[in-house]
Design a protein around this ligand. Structure first.
Ligand SMILES: [Zn+2]
Length: 232
């Protein structure tokens, strides 16, 4: 057996998104099959968002998109967080091309990870959305910043299983803005052409996006767009 074949066997693994075994992963050293990689590279789309906030998604919550989110959140796979971040970066580039966000090389772009409960973040080895945002930020390069401006109170409920009204109420009551972080974001956003974008893994009812945007607005910070990995 040649060394190349041996290496192929060593790296051969279940696709992190669909579980299918693929002897030739789409990306070297990453357990992602070619089919899922192709799905995740599809052109992002704009989805009906809350109010006037433009919301863009890499895809609907199913197939590869769902697989990546679950692998990152439930299985706590670091490689899935990397993929989620890369997908997020792809959507952000699309929104930049649409002219709704600045090219970070030309004007600062602030990514604002949607808040999760500290408990959920702890259970999941650190906030998945924040970590994916860090990956996306690194891909977009200098001029891109990540600011965690809010958390959810420890008493808040995980949004899974909650209806639209319950989600909105949960966020209204439990979202905690960190004024220091908002001031830091505001300082960056003073630059000409700068913009802010909320990032999240999944948007279901849009309640988190609208609640977070409203809370930031109450602190004087305007959000220009929102980007999610998947729209449920
Ligand atoms: Zn796959």
């Amino acid at each position: 057996m040649r060394v190349g074949e041996l290496a192929g066997l060593v790296w051969r693994d279940d696709c992190l998104a669909c579980g299918r075994v693929d002897a030739s992963p789409a990306v070297e050293g990453l357990s992602l099959c070619r089919g899922c990689a192709a799905d995740l590279r599809r052109v992002p789309s704009r989805v009906p968002g809350p109010g006037k906030l433009p919301v863009f998604t890499a895809g609907m919550y199913g197939g590869a998109h769902r697989g990546v989110v679950l692998a990152a959140k439930e299985q706590r796979r670091a490689d899935a967080v990397r993929v989620a971040g890369a997908v997020m970066a792809g959507v952000l580039r699309h929104v930049v091309a649409e002219g709704l966000l600045p090219d970070p090389r030309l004007a600062p772009l602030v990514l604002l990870p949607a808040p999760t409960t500290r408990r959920a973040a702890k259970d999941r080895g650190g906030c998945v959305v924040r970590r994916a945002a860090d990956v996306a930020c690194a891909e977009l390069g200098e001029g891109c910043h990540v600011v965690s401006a809010a958390t959810m109170a420890p008493s808040s409920r995980d949004s899974v299983g909650l209806g639209r009204g319950e989600r909105a109420a949960n966020i209204a009551v439990n979202l905690r803005i960190d004024p220091g972080s908002v001031r830091r974001a505001a300082r960056i956003l003073r630059a000409t052409g700068a913009a802010a974008c909320i990032v999240d893994d999944v948007s279901t009812t849009g309640a988190t996006l609208s609640g977070f945007a409203a809370a930031l607005a109450a602190h004087g910070l305007t959000v220009d767009a929102a980007v999610v990995v998947a729209q449920a």
